[in-house]
Design a protein around this ligand. Structure first.
Ligand SMILES: *[C@@H]1O[C@H](CO)[C@@H](O)[C@H](O)[C@H]1NC(C)=O
Ligand SMILES: *[C@@H]1O[C@H](CO)[C@@H](O)[C@H](O)[C@H]1NC(C)=O
Ligand SMILES: *[C@@H]1O[C@H](CO)[C@@H](O)[C@H](O)[C@H]1NC(C)=O
Ligand SMILES: *[C@@H]1O[C@H](CO)[C@@H](O)[C@H](O)[C@H]1NC(C)=O
Ligand SMILES: [Zn+2]
Length: 483
């Protein structure tokens, strides 16, 4: 049972509204989501970034953003685009793997593999398309797959030979995306860059190389700002700039004792399949019957290695419930790589560690007609970006784990009253405005009534449920799928 607008009243209201359409105006602004892989939250603090500084003044900057665990590219990007925890969406690693054949597919190879991405959770591209929006992906992880048989209207997948840091190509990509918005009327585009992740791995986060690539990113953001003006999109395009995880310096011998699993276990006796040698995270499928032996052998093996049985993995990570997660799950303390049979590891920086570490935190910036200016937001979890994007695009979200309440304060107050920007001042349109004002007024009254009604019901229900719930009340109270 729920609150209903009386049928007659509703049809009058709808009739009033639809007889005065605003010509050529959409009820929402366009949205560009840009991800710079591996952009740690504080990378702009030891180098000049005039364009990012300008963005902070002209838009929203969060102090930092917490990515989901595992702090890895494909899993984290898919949380951003779906609003679901990794254990729900099932993209649990950058590598796709098959425990029977032993095959592992690289990050790039998985980009075309629908079976790695399409696990029942719909990314925003598909949901928005189904609601009439035109969407595209430019190199964004997951953009090359089909979901329930449906492809993204336009998708470019990063080629194997794609250069990571060609600044000219970066600018060309922005031009291409701007043309998608203006010439082809796309509503939602996701754009991905593989830096500064690549440089962070190769040289380490505390290096001049990293500072240089951050300046290149900052110039690219400057180019983006120019391009938005050049294409007259300033009043019509919202932009979110974010990333998937941070980066920390890898700890190596002789400074530390490195983690090498073969020092503690006999592989051929205990291990059927493993995913290790991939930063600070690893999983093992034991030989049948050897689960306990493997767990006991590894549990206290190294002071900086955390080993869990899948079912005992801490809930707060929202990671281990998925069927793809192997029975033994491990993560190392910040900076320690998990090596398997030998140390073949040459990265100077890495990620994949616990998302509580500041080095794993990343960035969130946003600007455009619907965002406040000069607004410093408190830190939040990237899971909340999804409902924000749905709100901006006027799209009804799928069930998700985020909450709009966390991010809504970033939006200008008039967002609900004046979607889509300015109105021309012809008298016909003024009448429409008055008409819509009346409609809004009536709807507001109905809304308030319904809110009070719902609140009373919820209060009653809550009282009844109170002793059964472990969740904090403020979370339990937030409607998960509503704006
Ligand atoms: C993905 O598929 C497209 C189209 O078949 C192909 O051109 C491209 O090389 C593939 N990319 C990767 C990374 O497999
Ligand atoms: C960088 O990209 C531009 C434009 O795509 C291309 O013309 C140029 O050759 C590239 N430079 C390098 C060093 O690959
Ligand atoms: C060991 O630690 C020192 C001091 O922190 C550092 O300068 C050096 O690069 C480290 N060596 C290795 C191999 O990590
Ligand atoms: C995440 O959202 C899904 C869909 O609403 C729900 O089934 C799941 O229980 C949620 N997970 C958590 C940890 O709240
Ligand atoms: Zn990386």
């Amino acid at each position: 049972m729920g609150f209903r607008v009386p049928g007659l009243l509703l049809s009058i209201l709808l009739g009033l509204a639809s007889s005065h359409p605003i010509p050529g105006k959409k009820s929402f602004n366009k949205l560009l989501l840009i991800s710079f892989d591996g952009f740690r939250w504080d990378y702009d603090q030891d180098v000049d970034t005039p364009n990012m500084d300008r963005l902070a003044r002209e838009g929203v900057k969060a102090k930092y953003l917490t990515p989901p665990f595992v702090t890895m590219t494909s899993p984290s990007h898919f949380t951003t685009i779906s609003g679901r925890w990794i254990e729900d969406h099932g993209v649990i690693h950058n590598m796709m793997f098959n425990t029977e054949t032993g095959w592992k597919y690289s990050f790039k190879t998985t980009q075309n593999k629908t079976e790695w991405w399409d696990n029942g959770v719909l990314p925003l591209w598909i949901t928005a398309q189904r609601q009439g929006r035109k969407t595209a992906s430019f190199h964004y992880p997951g953009g090359g797959a089909k979901y329930k048989g449906e492809a993204i209207q336009r998708s470019l997948v990063e080629s194997y030979s794609h250069p990571n840091s060609n600044e000219t190509e970066w600018r060309e990509n922005i031009d291409i995306v701007m043309n998608w918005f203006t010439k082809e009327d796309f509503d939602f585009v996701t754009l991905y860059y593989g830096e500064p992740d690549n440089v962070g791995h190769r040289y380490g986060p505390e290096t001049e190389n990293r500072r240089v690539i951050i300046q290149q990113i900052d110039r690219t953001i400057g180019y983006l700002l120019e391009a938005i003006e050049r294409h007259s999109l300033t009043e019509h395009l919202n932009v979110i700039i974010t990333s998937d995880h941070g980066m920390t310096t890898v700890k190596k011998k002789p400074n530390v004792t490195e983690i090498l699993l073969t020092n503690y276990i006999r592989y051929k006796d205990l291990v059927k399949f493993d995913i290790v040698d991939y930063g600070g995270f690893g999983m093992i499928l034991p030989i049948p019957g050897k689960e306990e032996a493997l767990y006991q052998a590894l549990k206290n093996a190294h002071p900086h290695l955390n080993v869990y049985k899948k079912e005992e993995f801490p809930e707060r990570f929202h990671f281990a419930k998925h069927e793809r997660v192997l029975p033994i799950v491990m993560f190392a303390d910040s900076g320690y790589n998990i090596n398997g049979r030998l140390i073949i590891y040459f990265n100077k920086g890495d990620h994949g560690f616990d998302n509580v570490h500041m080095d794993m935190k990343t960035i969130f910036r946003a600007f455009g007609p619907d965002f406040k200016k000069n607004h410093l937001a408190e830190p939040f979890d990237s899971i909340h970006i999804y409902p924000l994007m749905c709100k901006l695009l006027g799209v009804t979200p799928e069930p998700h784990n985020g909450s709009l309440a966390v991010t809504q304060e970033m939006l200008v107050a008039s967002h609900d009253q004046q979607p889509g920007g300015e109105m021309q001042k012809t008298s016909a349109l003024r009448n429409t405005a008055i008409g819509l004002g009346v409609v809004t007024g009536v709807l507001a009254v109905l809304f308030v009534t319904s809110v009070i009604y719902t609140a009373v019901r919820r209060k009653k229900k809550q009282r009844a449920d109170q002793n059964n719930k472990n969740e904090p009340t403020h979370l339990a109270q937030l409607p998960k799928t509503s704006f």
